[in-house]
Structure formats: structure tokens, C-alpha cells
Design a protein around this ligand. Sequence first.
Ligand code: IMP
Length: 174
Amino acid sequence: MIIRDKEFVKFIESDKIIERVSEIAKQINQDYKDKAPLFIAILNGSFMFASDLMKEVDIPSEISFVRVASYDDMQSSGDIKKLIGLNDNIFNREVIVIEDIVDSGLTMGKMMEEFISLGAKNVSVASLLTKPENIKVDIPIKYLGFEIPNKFVVGYGLDYNGHGRNFKDIYQLK
Ligand code: IMP
């Protein structure tokens, strides 16, 4: 499939994603029973993951949506803007951050620092994807969908220059 100027091939099928997301939700239901966690989903990339995950979460919980600077093109600039849109008081809360992908880990590292400095009792990470070969900041990903090679991916919320977020499968750069 061509997205703008690049060719992508199917990489992870929708069924497989949904199955894995549902397993993660079950794990969270067990681990956070009686803890009333606050999920914080990082827009835009995590919108599909967050949506499918939350449909399977059946414990008392809340969800908020925040934004950080997004990637330009295919590279991390490392220039992370401030967190925008967190209106909840997270003091003493059990926070679960929902992210599409932990690539270098720089974004998630910054966010975890920020949530902890705002007084969260605990911060754990649910990330659909990670690219271990590219990691620069070691992030403990408690709930991980898939480890993938260091190749650009789109679909299921992830974009290439704003395109491809709507695909239900994940595609990899050919
Ligand atoms: P990090 O700070 O390098 O971990 O970057 C994380 C962010 O980069 C993610 O939230 C994505 O928005 C973006 N990103 C990293 N790799 C990819 C990719 O392969 N496809 C689409 N976006 C990506």
C-alpha cells in the first residue's frame, strides 16, 4: 500500500491486535481491581488502542486524554513540548499511561517524570508497541502489545505525516 510517497506492507493483522489488547485489559482488570486507576491516553496515536482497551476494562476507572508534541516525518526530534490538557488532579492516583509506541522512550520518560512530579501514587505504562533496538531511555512497560523491529509503522492510530491512522491493521515500511 502506498501512503503519500512511501510503500508499506501489512505487518500485524487486526485480529491479532484485538486479541492482544484484550489480554492486556484482562491483566489490568486483575492488577487494578479495587484501585480505581486513572488512565491517561496520549493523543493522537493511542486513540484506537485506548478505545479497544477500555471496552474490555471492567473495573472502576477513569480516562483522560492529553497531548504532547508529535513526530515530524519519521524521526524523533527529541524536542518534546509540554504536556497539554491534563485537567485532572492526579495526586495520589494510580495512573496508567496509554501510548501507541515507545520508540526512543524519550517522550514516555518525560511524561512519567511529569506525572510523578504531580504526585501520582504510581505510574505504569501500557504501550501497544515498542522498538527495543531504538530505545534510549529505559522505560518499564508493564503492559506491552508487541515488540517490533526498528522500522516505521502506520495504522491502528499510528500515522505517517498525519496519514494512515484509520487503518485497522498495522503496516510496516517496505
Ligand atoms: P519516542 O519519544 O521516541 O519514544 O517517540 C514516541 C512517539 O513517536 C510515538 O508516540 C509516536 O507518535 C512516534 N513514533 C515513533 N515511532 C513511530 C512509528 O514507527 N510510526 C509512527 N509514529 C511513531
